[in-house]
Design a protein around this ligand. Sequence first.
Ligand code: PLP
Length: 253
Amino acid sequence: MTSRSQAAPAGYRATWAEVDLDRIASNFAALRALAGREAAVFPVVKANAYGHGAMPVARRLASEGAVGLCVATPEEGLELRRGGINLPLLCLGAVDPLQIAAAARSQIVLSLYSPHQLKLFDEAGRSSGIPVRFHLKIETGMNRLGILPEELGPLLDELRGCRSALLSGLFSNLASADRPGEASNAEQGARLTEAAAAVRAAGHDPRPMHLANSADSSITPRCDSMRYGRGCCSTGSGPEPETRVRASRPRSR
Ligand SMILES: Cc1ncc(COP(=O)(O)O)c(C=O)c1O
């Protein structure tokens, strides 16, 4: 067990969560086994590792052999760096222009999900002298953040002139991961594969390429990397029994 809340403020009931890091480690091992030898697993430790404690969870996952971690914001990545986490970090969510250089300085890989960001990344990389690495997020059907198919060609053309913004991976997000049989999953996979071909044709390596989250690791295409969040930390997030081991218990006096 790792964490217990501080004393409750006056007037509040003493309520805390007991977190079992051994369970997080065993969830991670189970998810790695499901992902198979060919896919790297990047645990998602966003939102304070889903409330389980970003630092203790990240440290434990690092000691269990995680090859990298995902966060939602640059702030979360910076917190991990301050705590001594040296693993590759990918920020999946939005980045403010003022955060770009600081993130790159701390070797946090950013997501590029809108065409206007390329210029910002390149400028930040040029003026700080530290190239800004990014994974390109493709809009394949989630209808949230991502580069639209018609935006990809012009973006790859623009990338040719950028020396300080470096494409370092490719990904997308499933809209119906919790319904593995859904046709839209395969359609999203096909769109990501098409984008990978365009990226390759433009002279870039689209790997690591990632699509699946905890809900299902069998989604095709089987990418070379997987992003697992709730499956590592908590419960009920996947069809596979291995991903349903609860890592925390609420407690109240
Ligand atoms: C882009 C992206 N990938 C993966 C995850 C992890 O999802 P899950 O917790 O369902 O595994 C998240 C979580 O928000 C996400 O935003």
